[in-house]
Design a protein around this ligand. Sequence first.
Ligand code: KIV
Ligand code: NA
Length: 274
Amino acid sequence: RKKVTMQTLKTLYKKGEPITMLTAHDFPSAHVADVAGMDVVLVGDSLGMVALGLDNTTEVNMDDMILHCRSVVRGAKSAFIVGDLPMGSYEISPEQAVESSLRLVKEGRVQGVKIEGGEELGPTIKRITQAGIPVVGHVGLTPQRQNALGGFRVQGKTCTSAMQLLKDALVMQEAGVFMFVLEAMPPEVAALITQRLKVPTIGIGAGNGCSGQVLVQIDMTGNFQPGRFVPKFTFGGEAARGIAQYRDEVKSRAFPSQEYTYPITKEELQKFEK
Ligand code: KIV
Ligand code: NA
């Protein structure tokens, strides 16, 4: 498969072909997403929960992101790879945001960065874009701001709130955002925002009127928790079943059977046993 670039994504968008995105947080999860043909692999700060066992994304820092981005980049050879700017790495000033974005690209080796927020990020997005770094905007439910949003709550359920989301997206697009993640909003609102924009939108809990979809891989596999949006794709039960079978077969000495062992010739064995 040829490397997916920003140009590839633009072409998919122009053709009206849905863009597929999945998160990954390490080498194997990146490999499987890439082999399965994902257009974009996102190293989301959700890795704080799904890989590090934290309660939310607020504690995730730049060093965590860089370590995980580097591992994902080694595993995903073809997908376009985006890394999240974690909370605290971009809010202070546009300069801070450029510095953090440069680190994600130069040390984390990702192709683009994702930033959570709204119209207030205009100048910041402009600066990151001017530094030659593709920016994905993330609007709607922005988990880093859960304390201000009053928890993980669906956004855009009132006309005022939906209007603000649209305004946020338009300002961010104007500042240089080349793709959006729209999280947790009514499908009609996401579809309308998508229609008004000139760049693709990738939805999560935002209906099928977006230009593509994204899921958190661990939600999907169900190894950690049952999928919120994805019960029908969940195969986490398979991993748990496999591990339980391994446990049982070790206990009963059924594993490892002969086929899983390394042979030695009879001659050598007889000499050894003497
Ligand atoms: O961190 C993440 O996984 C994300 C997706 C939910 C879009 O931001
Ligand atoms: Na995220």
